[in-house]
Structure formats: structure tokens, C-alpha cells
Design a protein around this ligand. Structure first.
Ligand SMILES: [Zn+2]
Length: 421
């Protein structure tokens, strides 16, 4: 399809600064091909975007989509009870079909609240790739890997990743190497996975420095912090993104800055599980690339990136007792351009510019929660709750238009989940 989007207010980014300009936007073959004017636009379908902000789709850089139906099963309990008594038993009983339905529910929630790309660390081979394929979302997917040796106990999971990659990989759906964490993978396995990722030119993702126990055990067993340990293994580079990073020393921050790795912060999940919050202001000052994720609904309990942006900036303003830290434009970057950088897709994702993927969100500027539009970037961070999203285009195709899903049978997804209960 070819689209000419007229009368919309485009959220443009230049050198880290955002502007809003009313200009026509042309989309062809999944990409933005022109802004302003195009000579020969006779066969483009015209879409009137009057009173709409057209912004880059949000990118959720950490989550576990199969857990979406776990929403609300473990609120207000301590971390050990959350994990060992609530989450793991539920996970162990789950079937691949249930995981698929859960992924579809997650895709619905993400699309409806303006997310167009997601990173998923999963436990059910093929199910999130299947959901992304059907719904049209852009995805960065990896099998959660644990164990000691890639040739023995971790082999089956790694093979699953390769099989899934073979079956589903496309320009829109990419696969990544995802060891779970340093405390569930041996040093040998982390080295093996790093080698595999490098030889296959795949991106890497891992949970890091999430809880006090993880830090204490690493200091006891390795004599260094998790960050120093991961660096010494050689795992940490610009192809690596690390979720959480809640417990960091000044030295850890310097290590991350030097490595070029990305920190994916999950402020709502970290706070809800009582794990604290990452030092995002300090990471920013040190020049570390920071992206944003919701984590799963088992610990958030939503996949709404507008809520996440608000939580991120409010927490840090409060902690630092300084209203100037983490300004709205920076926070918006963590959900767009910085995530694109983590995926090696700067200029092609997370921004509205010629040549970039047409992953676009149409926001109703007349929504009471955004009106009047005194400061649009600020409003996306401090006022929006996701309900203002009116339409969503991914890869040049509408997946949600005038608040209707075009790729998902909403009633069927809800029925499939309800019937198993
Ligand atoms: Zn996680």
C-alpha cells in the first residue's frame, strides 16, 4: 500500500530535539518515502490525519509476552513468593496454546497503547513469533537460555532458537541470543553464547544486576560485581542490551559506558517488586544508551509504554529532588530512538524520517487528557495514558484504525483465554 497522510502534526526529531510540524507524509513499501511533498503521488491513498499527532511507534525493549495472562496473580507479595510460589508454578502448567493466547493479548494491549516494536524473552518456542507474524508487530525475539554448557543441558533451548529463527525470521521479526542471567548461566555457557552471537551477527540480551542477592552472590563467588564479571567474559559490547541494572556502583556505570552496551530500564516492575530503581540520571550523564521496557504484566502490571515513560521521569525527579532531571524529550528517546540504537537501527526505527520504517502512531490531540496542546512532548510523558491512540501503522500497514483492530479478532482472543479458566 501507498499512503499520503495529510493534515497531520508530525513529531520530528533532529539532533535530539523534537519539533511538531504540519506536513504531508508519504508511505510506500513499508517505509517513509517523503515528508512535505512528492512529485508523483497520484496512486497514493489519502488519509486525513486532522487533529492527530503522528509520532514514531513506541518500542518496548524488555518483556516476557507469554506471561501477559499472569496479570494480577501475584500482587503485593515479596519477591521470593512472587517468583517461586506464584509465577513458576503457573508457568510450569502453561501449554503452548495458552502461551500463544497470552502473547496475542499482549499484542493487543501494546498496539492499543501505541507500541509498534517489542523485545521478548520467551519460554514457549515460536508462540511470540507466531503472534508477531499475525498481528503485524515488529519484534526482537529470543529463547530464554539457562544452564552450564551449550552442547549438553542448554542445547535444546539454543536449538529451539535456531529452528524458530529459520521458520519466522524476516525484516520485521529478528532473533536475538538471550541468556537469562549470570546466576542461571555458567561462565562457560555465557562465553559459548557470546561466541555464537558474534559469529551469527546476532544481538544479545540479558537480565543484569536486578537484586541484592545477585550482587552478593557474584561478589562472593567471582570477587567482582556482575557488571565486571560480564565485561571480563567479553559478553558486553554495543550488540548487548541489559535489562534492569538496578544495583550499580560508580565503577559499574563506567564499565557500561566504555562497553557501548545499552541499559534497558523497567522502572514500574523494579518498584513493584521492591527492587528499587536504576540510576538512570547517572547513566545518562555517563553517556550510556538507555532504553525503556515494561517487563511482563506479572510484575508491572501493564504493557503501556506511556505509563512507563511517566513512571521513569517522575521517580527520578522525586529521588533527585530535582525537577530538571530526565526531561520529557530524553524520556521519549528511551522509548524510541535509543531503543533503535540498541537494535543497531538508528535512523531506520524510532524516528519519523525519510528512509525509516513507517511505524507510526496517530494520537488524538483533542483528547481531554492532552488538550490544549501547550507542550506536546511533555504531554506524551506527563499526561498521556495511551487511550489517546487512535490508529497505528506498522511497516506501512494499518494494524489499528479509528480504534478498531485490523489484524486481531479481539473477541476471539478474549474467548480463547476465558474458556481455559
Ligand atoms: Zn525480564
Amino acid at each position: 500500500m501507498k499512503y499520503k497522510l495529510i493534515n497531520g502534526q508530525l513529531l520530528l526529531r533532529d539532533n535530539g530535539n523534537y519539533t511538531v510540524e504540519q506536513q504531508d507524509l508519504y508511505v510506500k513499501d513499508g517505509k517513509i518515502v517523503a515528508i512535505g511533498a512528492l512529485k508523483d503521488d497520484a496512486d497514493f491513498t489519502v488519509v486525513d490525519a486532522k487533529d492527530r499527532l503522528i509520532m514514531p511507534g513506541l518500542i518496548n525493549s524488555h518483556g516476557h509476552l507469554y506471561m501477559t495472562t499472569f496479570r494480577g496473580i501475584a500482587d503485593d507479595v515479596d519477591f521470593n513468593e512472587w517468583l517461586f510460589e506464584r509465577i513458576m508454578p503457573t508457568e510450569n502448567k502453561m501449554t503452548p496454546d495458552e502461551a500463544y493466547n497470552s502473547c496475542m493479548l499482549g499484542c493487543m494491549e501494546m498496539i492499543q497503547s501505541g507500541t509498534t516494536s517489542f523485545l521478548d524473552m520467551h519460554m514457549f518456542a515460536g508462540q511470540s513469533a507466531r503472534a508477531a507474524t499475525e498481528t503485524g508487530l515488529r519484534a526482537f525475539i529470543g529463547r530464554c537460555i539457562v544452564g552450564d554448557d551449550l552442547h549438553t543441558d542448554a542445547k535444546a533451548r539454543f536449538d529451539e532458537l535456531l529452528t524458530e529463527q529459520e521458520a519466522f525470521e524476516s525484516d520485521r521479526i529478528r532473533f536475538m541470543v538471550m541468556p537469562h542471567a549470570i546466576y542461571t548461566c555458567s561462565e562457560q555457557l555465557l562465553r559459548q553464547l557470546d561466541e555464537e552471537a558474534k559469529s551469527r551477527k546476532m544481538l544479545k540480551h540479558i537480565h543484569m544486576s536486578e537484586s541484592d542477592t545477585e550482587i552478593e552472590n557474584c561478589l562472593k563467588e567471582q570477587g567482582k560485581t556482575p557488571m565486571a564479571y560480564l565485561r571480563d567474559i567479553g559478553f558486553m559490547d554495543e550488540m548487548t542490551s541489559m535489562a534492569h541494572c538496578v544495583k550499580l556502583t560508580d565503577e559499574d556505570i563506567a564499565i557500561i559506558a566504555k562497553s557501548g552496551a545499552t541499559v534497558v530500564t523497567n522502572p514500574a516492575s523494579n518498584c513493584k517488586l521492591g527492587n528499587g530503581f536504576a540510576r538512570i540520571h547517572d547513566l545518562k550523564e555517563a553517556g550510556v544508551n538507555v532504553a525503556l521496557g515494561t517487563d511482563s504484566t506479572a510484575s508491572n502490571n501493564t504493557l503501556n509504554m506511556f505509563r512507563e515513560m511517566g513512571v521513569l521521569t517522575l521517580i527520578h525527579k522525586g529521588i533527585h529532588k530535582d525537577s530538571t532531571v530526565l526531561p520529557a524529550a530524553y524520556v521519549l528517546d528511551t522509548a524510541t530512538a535509543n531503543a533503535a540504537r540498541a537494535f543497531g537501527m538508528t535512523g531506520r526505527l524510532g524516528e519519523i524520517k525519510v528512509g525509516a520504517y513507517a511505524d507510526l502512531v496517530f494520537v488524538d490531540l483533542n483528547a481531554p487528557s492532552l488538550f490544549p496542546n501547550n507542550n506536546i512532548v511533555g504531554s506524551l510523558c506527563y499526561s498521556a495514558n495511551g487511550s489517546e491512540v487512535d490508529s497505528v501503522m506498522i511497516d506501512g500497514k494499518f494494524v489499528y484504525k479509528n480504534r478498531e483492530f485490523l489484524t486481531i479478532d479481539r473477541e476471539q482472543v478474549l474467548y480463547n483465554i476465558k474458556k481455559d479458566r
